[in-house]
Ligand binder design. Structure first.
Ligand code: NGO
Length: 535
């Protein structure tokens, strides 16, 4: 890709400083120079907040070191992570060191620039190397993701490739639009092993996603061990959609997911879906049913037929135990209690149940999250409603959510006809569902979370999330095909300033991700809406 290639329109709104104009982006160009092959700093997904291109480029060499400050364990960890990414393809040693070196990659914490916030970073690239500076480790980590994208796609291969490994000259200053940039994985309809979840975490991190929402229970399976109710998993986790063995996470497994997510600067948001979507629990414990009779396990894909027994006291012992055990393991702020499609719970009972369940979440120190039906009950103070309606959802339902938002409920936006990664791209998509319509790549990108729900204050929006429901999916290949390339678009809506939003510019940047996703072994959907380069 030529360094001179410009992306029309992308920067107009950004008050960009293009250092020396179109003729000298980078070192004095001769076609033979490595610099001529460097990607423009602006080609990153999600689009950075501001980019200033120009000046000499830097090429990694066999002598390049990754320098971190002596006293920073976090910077050292991120340095090792970067080295692990770069070593196989470059074949270079890339030692992570606190020793001073004349050039190389520098990772520095302790920036005094308050405008970077907790997740922002500054990346400067020039003749002597690339320096990434941040206030917090998360910012450094996001900066490292940007650096990956500034290197040729082949850097992502796991075998040795030919360089040169050139980074164009210039400066990026970058921070997110929203603090909540999530992806959800439904591990209930089909179980996903710890390793499969780790693979998806790594792919999310590439695009600066910072929340992993795990849908841990549903009619078809209970997937997280609860010591005080062991049959939830041993029986309730023993199957899945279509039959088959299902599975569940032991507490050690769950802690391993938490650890891995934290190492990629993602916070885990566990969800126990209540009071509907509970057949697996009802099948495991007869006493949770109003009639005291346990239903059989369920392996179909209907929704809305199960409910906890709202009047029974044991229901609240159950909720208390489950929330207590999960809250005790989870370092993150949120605990999601579902609340969607409780079609078998009378409305009065639903309101009473959600009141009690939210109080339990508060008692164990977590912030309530729920699907937006929660706004039809009484959202607790500080609760977060996750909106999953459609463009064509009734004005009344949208107004109910907007009204809650005006009264202090926060919103995470996951409109199903935009952000649901399990929706088919078009009628020929072999996987996925279509109840919310087809969601091609442009449709999933082309909306504004800040102005999506009429009447909801912009400040009520915490961010966006892309749910992956797994009725039709059980392998990473299938997840990748549905997530890519839509997930990078949702990630960009969550990260990039609204002023960068432009489909025509985005599709060109997204196209450049094609070879990178291929190099990473991500089996993505070649949408005809995106001008993918020949690979
Ligand atoms: C709905 C439903 C889920 C389905 C999903 C499939 C919500 C919040 N509840 O989304 O049970 O799996 O659609 O797309």
């Amino acid at each position: 890709m030529s360094q001179r290639r410009r992306i029309p329109g992308l920067f107009a709104p950004l008050l960009l400083v293009v250092a020396a104009g179109a003729t000298s982006l980078g070192t004095p160009a001769s076609a033979a120079e490595p610099a001529a092959r460097a990607r423009p700093l602006s080609q990153v997904v999600p689009a950075p907040a501001s980019v200033s291109e120009g000046g000499p480029s830097y090429a990694l060499t066999p002598r390049t070191r990754i320098r971190v400050d002596d006293d920073s364990r976090e910077a050292r960890r991120i340095g090792s992570y970067l080295a692990d990414v770069l070593r196989p393809s470059t074949g270079y040693d890339l030692p992570v060191t606190a020793r001073d070196a004349r050039d190389g990659i520098r990772l520095r914490l302790g920036s005094k620039d308050a405008s970077l916030g907790d997740e922002g970073y500054r990346l400067e690239s020039g003749r002597h190397g690339v320096t990434i500076t941040a206030r917090r480790a998360a910012g450094l980590f996001h900066g490292v993701q940007t650096l990956r994208q500034l290197l040729p796609a082949a850097v992502e291969e796991d075998t040795r490739q030919r360089g040169p490994w050139t980074v164009a000259g210039g400066t990026i200053k970058d921070m997110p639009r929203y603090g909540y940039r999530g992806a959800m994985l439904d591990v209930s309809r089909h179980f996903f092993s710890v390793d499969k979840v780790k693979t998806y975490i790594d792919q999310m991190a590439l695009y600066k996603i910072n929340k992993l929402h795990l849908h841990l229970s549903d009619d078809q399976g209970w997937r997280i061990a609860i010591d005080s109710w062991p049959r939830l998993t041993t029986y309730g986790g023993s199957t899945q959609v279509g039959g088959g063995p299902g599975g569940y996470y032991t507490k050690a497994d769950y802690r391993e997911i938490l650890r891995y997510a934290a190492s990629r600067h993602l916070e885990v948001v566990p969800e126990i879906d209540l009071p509907g979507h509970t057949n697996a629990a009802l099948a495991s414990y007869a006493e949770l049913n109003c009639d005291g009779v346990a239903p059989p396990l369920y392996t179909g894909t209907n929704v809305g037929f199960s409910s906890l027994c709202v009047p029974k006291a044991v229901t609240y012992e159950f909720v208390d135990d489950v929330v207590r055990e999960i809250a005790a393991m989870t370092p993150g702020k949120y605990l999601h209690i579902g609340g969607d499609e409780a079609h078998s719970t009378p409305h009065k009972d639903y309101v009473a149940f959600m009141d009690k369940a939210q109080a339990v979440v508060g008692k164990y120190g977590k912030t309530v999250m729920g699907w937006h039906q929660l706004t039809g009950a009484e959202p607790a103070e500080g609760a977060v409603a996750q909106y999953w309606g459609l463009d064509k959802t009734s004005a009344t339902e949208k107004a109910q959510v907007a009204n809650a938002a005006r009264n202090g409920t926060k919103l995470v936006l996951s409109p199903a006809d935009r952000a649901y990664l399990d929706m088919k791209y078009d009628k020929s998509t072999p996987l996925g569902l279509a109840w919310a319509g087809y969601v091609e790549v442009r449709r999933s990108y082309d909306w504004n979370p800040g102005a999506y729900l009429p009447g909801a204050p912009a400040q009520s929006v915490l961010g966006v999330e892309a749910p992956m429901w797994s009725e039709t999916l059980w392998t990473n290949d299938q997840v990748e095909y549905m997530a890519f390339p839509r997930l990078p678009g949702i990630a960009e809506l969550g990260w990039s300033p609204a002023a960068t939003h432009d489909w025509d510019a985005y599709k060109v940047r997204l196209a450049a991700q094609g070879p990178r996703m291929s190099a990473l072994g991500i089996d993505y959907y070649r949408s005809p809406q995106v001008p993918w380069p020949a690979e």
